[in-house]
Write a protein that binds this ligand. Structure first.
Ligand SMILES: Cc1ncc(COP(=O)(O)O)c(C=O)c1O
Length: 348
């Protein structure tokens, strides 16, 4: 059965918010207290596990999933090699809060082999620099050096890429983005290749209480019903806009692997909703932000409504000052282009 059919069919489960479920004949069943498991969460994990091809666990945010994965799977003092140009919050978390517990976060260019580490953190279509690793080679090199590998698959989603099939040990998502898809839900996911790792992570989650509630899990399930169609439409619109932006006189560079990345093309045939493009400087980037009428000037990505922001406001010198990150939504592509083109006039 095709994935769109599998996702669309069937009813959503009832939104059961009970924190407590009665024992059966004096014995706790699989669901008895919400911190351990709840019906909506289990259904979301079943579906996500099927999509990624592993055992999936839900967390209250992508950052919560990252925290749990690192603390549950690594020992104090471990080294994590994180892709340069990927989500800045991951690096900040590793070097900041987790750094206080002895974790060392080192950056590397994910288009080259990873350095020695305990955990290698890849991000295909990295956010916001849109670099793409040679996944099979990077995973093989990390394993040869004794590291385990996590792939942050937030931008592409399992519709386009299933990292566990390429040998990754873990796949991670901010499900707040394209999986839930409507910018009304904060959630994270870790998919594990090995059941033993999933059990360890579940035990950590129960003990620490880093647990997703039923309401966001239910919204995620509803969002997943349209995931395949959204990804398809957002990817085709993003490619079209990337092509047009590449010819615009105010645009110095477009970053979208769908345009020219031969390595990315070996792994995926569509490239998701996220692209970045550079105008000459930060001042012009700010003018473009303010001139937009349809595209929202907002952070985050993967929603049904398009959004754009200058990333230097958060990431400083980590990104070029004129870099604008665009998340392409479901609007008509001609409407989006009309808005971007008129806004770019202010950057000439
Ligand atoms: C690629 C990526 N990973 C992880 C995260 C963190 O997710 P959350 O905001 O759900 O905590 C984000 C958030 O922007 C992200 O873009």
């Amino acid at each position: 059965m095709e994935r769109t059919t599998r996702l669309a069919r069937g009813r959503l489960p009832a939104l059961d918010r009970s924190t407590v479920h009665a024992f059966e004949d004096g014995t706790p069943g699989p669901i008895y207290y919400q911190r351990i498991a709840h019906p909506v969460g289990l259904e979301a994990e079943r579906l996500l596990g099927e999509l990624e091809g592993g055992d999936a666990l839900l967390f209250p945010s992508g950052a919560g999933a990252t925290t749990a994965l690192v603390l549950a799977m690594l020992e104090p003092g471990a080294t994590v090699a994180v892709a340069d140009g990927g989500y800045w919050g991951t690096v900040a978390l590793l070097r900041g809060e987790l750094g206080r517990w002895g974790v060392e976060g080192v950056g590397f260019d994910q288009t080259s082999p990873p350095p020695p580490a305990d955990l290698v953190w890849l991000e295909p279509c990295s956010n916001p620099m849109l670099s793409f690793p040679d996944l099979d080679a990077a995973i093989a090199a990390a394993h040869a050096g004794g590291a385990r590998v996590v792939v942050d698959n937030t931008v592409l989603s399992p519709v386009l890429l299933r990292p566990l099939e390429h040998g990754a040990d873990f796949v991670l998502h901010s499900a707040s983005k394209i999986l839930a898809g409507h910018h009304d839900t904060l959630l994270g996911v870790v998919g594990c290749a090995r059941p033993a790792d999933a059990s360890r992570l579940a035990a950590f989650r129960t003990a620490t209480g880093i647990v997703a509630a039923p309401d966001p899990a239910w919204l995620l399930l509803r969002g997943l019903k349209t995931l395949a169609l959204r990804v398809e439409r957002q990817s085709s619109s993003a490619l079209e806009l990337a092509r047009r932006l590449a010819t615009h006189p105010a645009v110095e560079r477009v970053r979208y692997p769908g345009l020219d990345d031969a390595v990315a093309r070996r792994y995926v045939d569509a490239f998701g909703p996220l692209l970045s493009f550079d105008v000459a400087d930060g001042e012009r980037a700010a003018r473009v932000e303010l001139a937009l009428a349809l595209v929202e000037n907002a952070t985050s990505l993967g929603g049904v409504a398009s959004s754009l922001e200058a990333r230097a406001r958060w990431e400083g010198e980590r990104v070029p000052p004129g870099l604008l990150r665009l998340s392409v939504g479901l609007e008509d592509v001609e409407d989006l282009w009309t808005d971007l083109a008129q806004a770019l006039e202010s950057a000439r």
